[in-house]
Write a protein that binds this ligand. Structure first.
Ligand SMILES: *[C@@H]1O[C@H](CO)[C@@H](O)[C@H](O)[C@H]1NC(C)=O
Ligand SMILES: *[C@@H]1O[C@H](CO)[C@@H](O)[C@H](O)[C@H]1NC(C)=O
Ligand SMILES: *[C@@H]1O[C@H](CO)[C@@H](O)[C@H](O)[C@H]1NC(C)=O
Ligand SMILES: *[C@@H]1O[C@H](CO)[C@@H](O)[C@H](O)[C@H]1NC(C)=O
Ligand SMILES: *[C@@H]1O[C@H](CO)[C@@H](O)[C@H](O)[C@H]1NC(C)=O
Ligand SMILES: *[C@@H]1O[C@H](CO)[C@@H](O)[C@H](O)[C@H]1NC(C)=O
Ligand SMILES: *[C@@H]1O[C@H](CO)[C@@H](O)[C@H](O)[C@H]1NC(C)=O
Length: 353
């Protein structure tokens, strides 16, 4: 290998290391590096950032106040990184910065959760702005016309495809056919996890296919890793990351096991009204997080882990529980307003820097 090649390889490695570095190196403060994901929740009486009753069309799954949640303290926590400050979300400056741009969330209902929160945040900043809504499946699109900013969500449970064939519904772990609808966006925020362990009537496929091999089932974590790897290869082969900023959302944690917050025996989040005290680094991460991290490490293009797992783990109080349109216990999704507003504050901080 010639000198030039070696220099090239060195530069490539350096770039890779910078891109994959888990922290977002913003301003250094207190001698520490600004990692937006390391910190704690602090009570802030100036929160929430908006009144959810003024946000049009919050889905019944997430509209906790409308469906009877009476404790409101969960709306009053602000995320405080340990070594720096997040700027308060400012919808006008968001829209101005992203003028002419398209932002898309791609994934399951957790993506929809975050999209909905972002729409509420922006709508509350510019309530008079002209918006165009294009609803539907799989793409819902919300355009702030005066700013030419469109925020859309593409619903896909696994990112990889499910196709209906003679034998039934086949989950194709090595195929992403929708990629062409995603790759021209300016910002892409991916997510998938919720559905990988679904079984029984809720499982939306009958067979799994990898290459020529068709199986009835397989180790689900392995399936997740394989599907993610297909996604990773798709990014490497198809996405121009000079144009499109690509983020992958960390696993969104659920709260069905009180052992996580020193209340063994508790099996849901129904009685939770405050976050878990302490710092995001105290609880262990779910196993799927490590699979995601290892796949992201193999992507050669620039992809950012949007690492909301640990900070959300502290928010046992952030879920709808039974305060949703169907009154079913839900400790998986998040109330809007609520925790996803913080995700969007962090998203904003991480894509403008
Ligand atoms: C994500 O953030 C948590 C909490 O700060 C940290 O423990 C974990 O290592 C981070 N993951 C990566 C890949 O940086
Ligand atoms: C963060 O905000 C606090 C309170 O306003 C302030 O005292 C502190 O200096 C700020 N830190 C940084 C790094 O800006
Ligand atoms: C969303 O709507 C705007 C305005 O009609 C359009 O320009 C944009 O391409 C749409 N985005 C998607 C992802 O459909
Ligand atoms: C991205 O930009 C870099 C530096 O400007 C350039 O070397 C590289 O070829 C670009 N990649 C693509 C896919 O255009
Ligand atoms: C809750 O988590 C603990 C510790 O990880 C585990 O031992 C226990 O089996 C879990 N409980 C349930 C009901 O899954
Ligand atoms: C959590 O912190 C709050 C405020 O510092 C305190 O009032 C509360 O007692 C703490 N709860 C636990 C379980 O440590
Ligand atoms: C990452 O790439 C290495 C080297 O090609 C491979 O051994 C490893 O299995 C890959 N990891 C994942 C999670 O795909």
């Amino acid at each position: 290998m010639g000198f030039e090649m070696r220099v090239c390889a060195w530069i490539a490695m350096t770039i890779l290391v910078i891109y994959l570095s888990p922290c977002l190196c913003l301003e250094e403060t207190n001698g520490g590096i600004c990692n937006l994901y390391e910190g704690s929740w602090v009570y802030d009486k100036t929160y929430p950032l908006y009144d959810s009753s003024t946000c049009p069309h919050i889905r019944g799954e997430y509209d906790c106040l409308k469906y009877g949640r009476v404790d409101k303290e969960y709306l009053k926590y602000r995320w405080q990184p340990s070594n720096c400050n997040l700027t308060r979300f400012d919808g006008k400056s968001f829209l101005t910065k992203f003028k002419g741009k398209q932002i898309m969330f791609v994934g399951d209902s957790v993506s929809l959760n975050q999209w909905q929160s972002l729409i509420c945040l922006l709508h509350s900043s510019v309530p008079q702005a002209t918006v165009i809504q294009q609803g539907g499946d799989p793409i819902k699109n919300y355009t702030f016309q005066d700013y030419e900013v469109s925020i859309s969500v593409f619903h896909t449970t696994y990112l990889v495809d499910i196709e209906v064939e003679k034998i039934g519904r086949v989950l194709k772990l090595d195929s992403i056919k929708n990629g062409n609808l995603w790759k021209n966006m300016d910002v892409l925020v991916f997510n998938t996890w919720l559905w990988w362990y679904r079984r029984g009537p809720k499982q939306p496929w009958d067979y799994i296919q990898i290459g020529d091999k068709i199986v009835k089932d397989m180790d689900r974590m392995e399936a997740f890793r394989t599907g993610l790897t297909t996604w990773a290869n798709w990014v490497d082969n198809e996405v121009d990351t000079n144009k499109t900023k690509v983020l992958f959302q960390g696993i969104s944690p659920m709260h069905y096991n009180g052992t996580q917050w020193q209340e063994p025996g508790v099996t849901n989040c129904a009685k939770e009204t405050t976050p878990i005290n302490g710092s995001s680094s105290l609880l262990g991460l779910p196993p799927a997080s490590y699979v995601l991290q290892s796949v992201l490490q193999n992507v050669t293009k620039s992809v950012q882990l949007f690492n909301i797992t640990a900070l959300s783990e502290l928010r046992k109080d952030g879920h709808p529980s039974s305060h949703n349109i169907f009154h079913g216990m839900d400790c998986t999704h998040w109330c809007v307003g609520g925790v996803p507003d913080t995700w969007n504050e962090i998203l904003y901080a991480s894509i403008v820097n």
